[in-house]
Design a protein around this ligand. Structure first.
Ligand code: ADP
Length: 265
């Protein structure tokens, strides 16, 4: 299978927060494995899409979950009319053809799945295809990128030290208010002033983190609120639907968030 369909044709809009583009380019030049650390919805996926486009590399993305097996990543034999046929998994596809492989939420994957990537992240740069009795050497352009949300998982689910230490890391947080408003205005198609107010709601929600809220509103949530506003929904109703209700079931926290919305609009 060709990687043509994994090429990104149009520039994915990305607003940098600092020097992450230059740093990623340096890591890519050396094909260093990179870990993107940060809370959900803060732009990690968009960043890697932007970088794949910028570097002219195909991008293979895998959303990890606890049911993901090593075979799901690497590949398996399928029974077809002509007999058994080997089908590359997404990781093998990227390794073989020289794509950037992005494993999203990698801690969700089981430990036996995670170790599959180890030989790819050191000097061997190889992927064992056990079922084929083959050691596949990575294409010179192959690069592995993983996303990791440090605040989210329990200790039991954390990445193993032996996995973590194989990656260079870039830290992502919520952008500054001005940058975030620009992103929300761009992505949702709303006026900058309205976007600024939605961002102000988010800032208040992020202050509630640790005081009952596991995480504050992500940039993604703000864009959802913005899109509802762009559709004619009132800002209060949009923020309630896209931010307050998804974030918490706790009545007191909902009241606190509703008050934040009221104060910003
Ligand atoms: P993550 O992968 O960290 O969970 P995403 O990359 O999916 O988050 O970000 C969610 C949405 O927020 C994106 O689809 C994009 O619209 C927007 N976004 C967040 N940060 C940025 C940024 N720096 N530049 C452009 N868009 C961004």
């Amino acid at each position: 299978m060709a990687l043509h369909s994994y090429r990104i044709a149009r520039e994915p809009y990305y607003c940098p927060a600092g020097d992450e583009i230059t740093l990623f380019e340096a890591a890519h030049a050396d094909r260093l494995p990179v870990m993107l650390k940060g809370p959900t919805g803060c732009g990690k996926t968009r960043f890697v899409e932007h970088m794949a486009w910028r570097l002219g590399r195909p991008l293979v993305t895998v959303a990890c979950n606890e049911d993901l097996t090593a075979s799901d990543l690497v590949g398996r034999y399928l029974l077809e009319a002509e007999g058994t046929v080997w089908q590359d998994g997404p990781l093998t596809l990227a390794v073989r053809h020289g794509a950037i492989c992005y494993l999203d939420e990698v801690v969700e994957a089981r430990a036996d799945t995670t170790v599959v990537i180890h030989p790819l992240t050191d000097d061997r740069r190889a992927l064992p295809l056990d079922k084929r009795n083959e050691l596949l050497t990575a294409h010179p352009d192959f690069q592995l990128v993983i996303a990791y949300n440090p605040g989210y998982q329990s200790v039991a689910k954390d990445l193993k030290e032996s996995t973590k230490q194989r990656f260079a890391a870039l830290e992502f947080g919520y952008p500054t208010a001005a940058v975030e408003a620009e992103i929300v205005a761009h992505e949702a198609g709303i006026e900058p002033e309205v976007a600024r107010r939605v961002v102000a709601v988010a800032e208040r929600s992020r202050n509630l983190r640790g005081r009952g809220l596991e995480e504050g509103a992500s940039t993604r949530m703000l864009i959802h609120a913005g899109r509802l506003i762009a559709r004619g929904v009132s800002p209060e109703a949009a923020c309630r639907m896209a931010i307050v209700l998804p974030l918490t079931d706790d009545p007191d926290l909902r009241d606190a968030l509703a008050a934040a919305v009221g104060a910003c609009f």
